[in-house]
Ligand binder design. Structure first.
Ligand code: T3D
Length: 261
């Protein structure tokens, strides 16, 4: 079934998901949350896809929860369940996906949109991009994993500051703080993000996925357990055709031709 709130294209190993509600700066309604989860699953299932790009249509990446949709909620509306069945599944799908997700952050990423942007694995930001924990402005707590991820990315001092102030963090500051990997002029964003994605799509996909898993797992482990988990992932990586090919290519002094298997 075609998606209505996002665009999905796949070519040459890269699936591109474009959040597509530009009149709201790509605010998440229930449909867009569900379709983003399904699009990520589609990219996960498709063996030909070895990297995903996530971006937004128009001048925003995502403005977070569609606030117009919050108006008609009745007294029995369960906000916790809304998060559990929506944003939590989206964030967990991004994290468990064993293919790199490149964020092409084209504009403002606010509220849950900021969380989603920051849960991409490699962030290329336009000079026009900004990050904003908008939650406190409407009397809410950061959600969609922001309280877990942000102190780990930039430390408690800055994380709590931007939660309190809801200030817009511009792209150059985001780069200096380590929130993004690269900042480029607006006109170069799509090409730059796809350049990185194309490079990752030609890499050792299983090893990339296992590395993501091991790094996320390390957040909950002491060194002893992390070393053990690394050994576990390395055993899996060493069984891949890409490991055979990587060593063979090294010995034959030629570039490796990885297949993602
Ligand atoms: O309730 C739950 O389910 C809990 C979950 C919460 C998760 C969350 O994400 S809570 C946080 C929700 N998001 C926000 O509070 C951000 C709201 N938006 C803004 O503060 C500003 O729009 C921005 C700072 C992001 C951008 O400002 P600016 O000046 O560049 O654009 P704008 O003029 O404010 O917005 C442009 C249009 O998008 C405008 O519509 P219009 O007037 O042209 O018809 C605006 O209403 C619309 N828009 C922007 N954000 C949202 C939105 N419409 C619905 N929901 C939005 N979040």
């Amino acid at each position: 079934m075609p998606f209505e709130t996002l665009l999905y294209t796949a070519a040459e190993g890269v699936a591109t998901l474009t959040l597509n509600r530009p009149h709201t700066l790509n605010a998440f309604n229930d449909q867009m949350i569900a379709e983003a989860i399904e699009a990520l699953r589609q990219a996960e299932r498709d063996a030909a896809v070895r990297c995903v790009v996530l971006t937004g249509a128009g001048r925003g990446f995502s403005s977070g929860q569609d606030l117009a949709d919050t108006q008609g909620r009745g007294a029995d509306f369960n906000l916790g369940d809304h998060l559990r069945h929506g944003y939590h599944r989206l964030i967990k799908q991004m994290v468990k996906m064993e293919k790199p997700v490149v964020g092409a952050i084209n504009g403002v990423a606010a509220g849950a949109g900021c969380s989603v942007a920051l849960f991409t694995d490699f962030r290329v930001a336009s000079e026009k991009a900004s990050f904003m924990l908008a939650f406190s402005k409407i009397g809410l707590v950061p959600d969609s994993g922001a309280n877990w991820l942000l102190p780990r990315l930039i430390g408690y001092t800055r994380a709590y500051q931007i939660a309190l102030t809801a200030e817009k963090i511009p792209a150059p500051t985001a780069l200096a703080w380590g929130l993004v990997n690269v900042v480029v002029p607006e006109a170069d964003l799509a090409a730059e993000a796809h350049k990185w994605a194309a490079q990752f799509a030609l890499g050792a996909t299983r090893a990339f996925g296992l590395t993501k898993r091991a790094m996320y797992r390390s957040f909950d482990l002491d060194l002893e357990a992390a070393l053990e988990y690394e050994a576990h992932t390395q055993v899996i990586a060493a069984r891949t055709a890409d490991f055979q090919e990587g060593v063979q290519a090294f010995l034959e002094k030629r570039p490796a031709q990885f297949t993602g298997r």
